[in-house]
Write a protein of this length. Structure first.
Length: 150
């Protein structure tokens, strides 16, 4: 499954979790696309992202509360809240994708799943989260040694 589609499925699951909290694995099994135990291996990113989000929801919401001025996460629309929770989770706990790519992916999801203001809002919030929680930069690869010409 491509990462964009996986993120879309994760937004659907976290949206459902937000509306009616119950075990995330139950929600994943009942998504319209049918993520069931036979397909979990193929959808490992969806499952890992959703489980990590739910396991760290208190920290994720605390981060959101710090950067969303005059609003508590529970006052956000369900779609924006789901998108932001997953975006924050990915920025904080997943280091395999560059942060700007993560932010752009969630902006795209906000365009299709949120309202007209969602993409700009998601961009601003995730950018602030990243500034408050910078990822360590990997050490640069050593430069190749030049061989002397014979």
């Amino acid at each position: 499954m491509k990462r964009r589609l996986a993120r879309e499925r994760a937004v659907q699951a976290i949206f459902a979790y937000t509306v009616q909290p119950r075990p995330i694995d139950d929600i994943l099994k009942n998504l319209p696309v049918g993520l069931d135990s036979d397909k979990v291996a193929g959808d490992a990113f969806v499952v890992e992202l959703c489980r990590t989000t739910c396991a760290n929801l208190a920290r994720i919401d605390a981060e959101l509360t710090q950067v969303v001025e005059h609003w508590k996460p529970e006052r956000l629309t369900y779609a924006d809240r789901a998108i932001l929770r997953l975006g924050v989770c990915e920025l904080l706990f997943f280091s395999d994708v560059p942060p700007r790519v993560v932010i752009n992916e969630y902006i795209e999801l906000a365009k299709s799943m949120g309202d007209d203001q969602s993409p700009k809002f998601v961009n601003g919030v995730l950018d602030k989260i990243l500034k408050n929680n910078p990822r360590p930069h990997p050490a640069p690869a050593p430069a190749p040694k030049n061989k002397p010409k014979a």
